[in-house]
Design a protein around this ligand. Structure first.
Ligand code: SAM
Length: 250
C-alpha cells in the first residue's frame, strides 16, 4: 500500500493526476506555438484583439510601470501594455519555452526587445521577490494552471502595495440558451478548425473543454478576494464569453 491516494484535477474533460497537468498543458502549447497567433485570429474572428484592447482600456497603463505578464505566451498583452504606457518594462513569464521564443521574434521585429524580459516559469511558484511589480496580468492563462488559487496568491505576493491584478479569461454566458449555442459552435467548429489549419485537433479539443470547466464570474471573483485582493470587480465581454477581473493589493 502506498498511503494517500493521488490528488486529481481536470485536463479538459479528462481527470488526471495533479502532477501530470502542467506537462500536458506544455505539450498543448508547444504543439501550437508557431501557429498560435494566426489561430487566435481565425478562431475568434479577431475578437480576441477587441477583448485585449478592452483589458488595456480598463487597466490604463502609465509611463514607467513595471508589468509581470504571466502565461504571457507570445507577448500580446505585453506589447499592448508597453505601447499604451509609452515607456515601461514587462517581464513575460510562461511555462512553455516555445511560446516565449515566438514572442521574442515578435519583439525583435517590433524593435521592443529592450523593454522586455522572457522567463520560463510556473504561475504557481513565481521566481520573484515580494512587492516587485506595479501590475500583474494573466490573459487566457489561468484556466490552464493546475491550482488557480495558488497563482492568485502568488500574484498578490509579487505585486507592490497599491499594485493591480487584471485577469482576462473565457467565462460563462449567464443565459442558458446562448450558452448552448456557444457550446455548439465551440465543440463542433473549433476542434475541426484546429485540425484543418494547425493539423492538431486534440489541442483545440482541450481548449474548448478547459473553457467549459473554468469557474463562473462570481466564483472567480471570490477567489480574487481569498487571495487578498481589494476592490475586486469584473466586467463581462461579449455577453460573458470572456470576462475581465480586476483587483488591487491595498
Ligand atoms: C492561451 S495562451 C495565452 C497567451 C497570451 N497570454 C495571450 O493572451 O495570447 C496560454 C499560455 O499559458 C501558459 N501556461 C499554462 N500553464 C501555465 C503555468 N502554470 N504557468 C505559466 N504559464 C502557463 C501556456 O504555456 C500558454 O503559453
Amino acid at each position: 500500500m502506498t498511503g494517500k491516494p493521488e490528488t486529481t484535477t481536470h485536463f479538459g474533460f479528462e481527470t488526471v493526476p495533479e502532477g501530470e497537468k502542467a506537462g500536458r498543458v506544455q505539450g498543448v502549447f508547444s504543439s501550437v506555438a508557431s501557429k498560435y497567433d494566426i489561430m487566435n485570429d481565425v478562431m475568434s474572428v479577431g475578437i480576441h484583439r477587441v477583448w485585449k484592447d478592452a483589458m488595456m482600456d480598463w487597466l490604463a497603463p502609465r509611463p514607467g510601470q513595471r508589468l509581470l505578464d504571466v502565461a504571457g505566451g507570445t507577448g500580446d498583452i505585453s506589447f499592448r501594455f508597453l505601447k499604451r504606457a509609452g515607456h515601461g518594462h514587462s517581464t513575460v513569464l510562461d511555462i512553455t519555452e516555445s511560446m516565449l521564443v515566438e514572442g521574442r521574434k515578435r519583439a525583435e521585429a517590433e524593435r521592443m526587445s529592450d523593454s522586455l524580459d522572457w522567463v520560463v516559469g510556473d504561475a504557481m511558484a513565481l521566481p520573484f521577490d515580494n512587492n516587485t511589480f506595479d501590475v500583474y496580468t494573466i490573459s487566457f492563462g489561468i484556466r490552464n494552471v493546475t491550482r488557480p488559487q495558488e497563482a492568485l496568491n502568488e500574484a498578490y505576493r509579487v505585486l507592490k502595495p497599491g499594485g493591480r491584478l487584471m485577469v482576462l479569461e473565457f467565462s460563462q454566458l449567464p443565459n442558458p440558451m446562448m450558452q448552448a449555442a456557444y457550446d455548439a459552435y465551440s465543440f463542433n467548429v473549433i476542434p475541426r478548425m484546429g485540425q484543418l489549419i494547425a493539423g492538431d485537433r486534440d489541442s483545440y479539443q482541450y481548449l474548448v473543454e478547459s473553457i467549459r470547466n473554468f469557474p463562473d464570474q462570481d466564483t472567480f471573483l471570490g477567489m480574487l478576494r481569498t487571495a487578498g485582493f481589494g476592490n475586486a470587480k469584473y466586467r463581462n465581454l461579449s455577453l460573458g464569453i470572456a470576462a475581465l477581473h480586476s483587483g488591487w493589493k491595498l
